[in-house]
Design a protein around this ligand. Structure first.
Ligand code: ADP
Ligand code: MG
Length: 293
């Protein structure tokens, strides 16, 4: 039978937007000394807008947007949504493309008029062994200083456009990190985004450890690394990419607005998508199991 105090705590949790799917997760929560947050969609809103574009000399903005709109047409990634919105605001029609293909953790690929077109971030450039021109590099550095994510469009090995996209840090994220510190809990961030952007966001929030440019299949390995160092780890995430890390962690916490896959992999769900509710989980767990012992 479920002890009464646990049943009561579970229902107090539910009233506060904390859905306990797995009772053991609530019990384990009091022992956690490290919390890893996914960045995009968890610490941030995950709603990107195009703040700036840098276009190669021999390219027109409308042409670049039409092509990017088409290539990003089927992608669910928040970066893709931001680029589509920009193109739609500019009123361009999508170019004709075929052979759409996602490249996990790097970007996407398609064919246009027999040419291969890619859109993606630094790990895509690395895969294609492309270097930034001085102009593009200056653009990327400036964007990164402002914590903006940069992705590139490449047509047949030519880098034709860079997009700087701004996401919004959730208001409650900074306070959540502070409160966790007060509870003696270390805070880490895990992201597929660039090191520069990750560092800028971590600095703003006071985060202790940063793992950036992590490929989707490696996110759970970072959790395991910390566990091997003897840490008790909670992972907080929203994306399909986060699911293995949520499963691997001592407790998995999913953002309610996140993907179904993340929610199904987590022991606890934050209905209000508020990172501050992570703090409430630990308070609730500590209070519940103190009463029982
Ligand atoms: P995260 O959700 O932590 O940002 P992802 O693995 O989804 O990690 O993405 C990692 C990086 O891959 C992104 O920051 C971006 O550079 C690139 N990327 C992924 N999907 C797309 C896409 N549809 N369009 C452009 N870039 C993408
Ligand atoms: Mg995310």
């Amino acid at each position: 039978a479920i002890p009464l105090v646990v049943a009561i705590s579970t229902s107090i949790g539910a009233q506060n937007g904390i859905l306990v799917r797995n009772r053991l997760a609530l019990e384990e929560a009091r022992l956690i000394n490290t919390v890893i947050f996914d960045k995009t969609g968890t610490l941030t809103e995950g709603r990107f807008g195009v703040a700036n574009m840098q276009i190669a000399e021999d390219w027109q903005e409308d042409h670049a947007l039409a092509l990017a709109l088409a290539v990003e047409g089927d992608s669910e990634h928040p970066i893709a949504r931001g680029i589509r919105q920009k193109a739609e605001e500019a009123g361009v029609k999508p170019a004709v493309i075929s052979n759409f293909e996602a490249i996990k953790g790097r970007g996407i690929k398609a064919t246009h008029e027999g040419k291969t077109v890619y859109v993606g971030g630094p790990r895509l450039l690395e895969m294609l062994e492309l270097k930034l021109s001085g102009e593009m590099e200056a653009f990327a550095n400036k964007a990164n200083e402002n914590a903006q994510t940069v992705v590139y469009m490449i047509v047949e090995k030519q880098l034709v456009t860079a997009f700087a996209l701004a996401d919004v840090v959730r208001q409650e994220s900074k306070q959540a990190v502070q409160r966790l510190h007060e509870m003696g809990i270390e805070v880490a961030m895990l992201t597929g985004d660039s090191q520069h952007v990750a560092d800028a966001v971590a600095r703003e929030l006071g985060i202790d450890m940063v793992f950036a440019e992590v490929l989707p299949e490696d996110k759970d390995k970072k959790v395991a690394e910390l566990q091997k160092q003897g840490k008790k780890v909670a992972m907080v995430g929203d994306g399909v990419n986060d699911a293995p890390a949520l499963t691997r962690a001592d407790i998995g916490i999913a953002i309610g607005s996140g993907t179904d896959v993340a929610i199904e992999s987590a022991g606890i769900i934050l209905v209000q998508s508020n990172p501050l509710d992570v703090v409430k989980i630990f308070e609730l767990s500590r209070a519940t199991y103190r009463k029982m012992i």
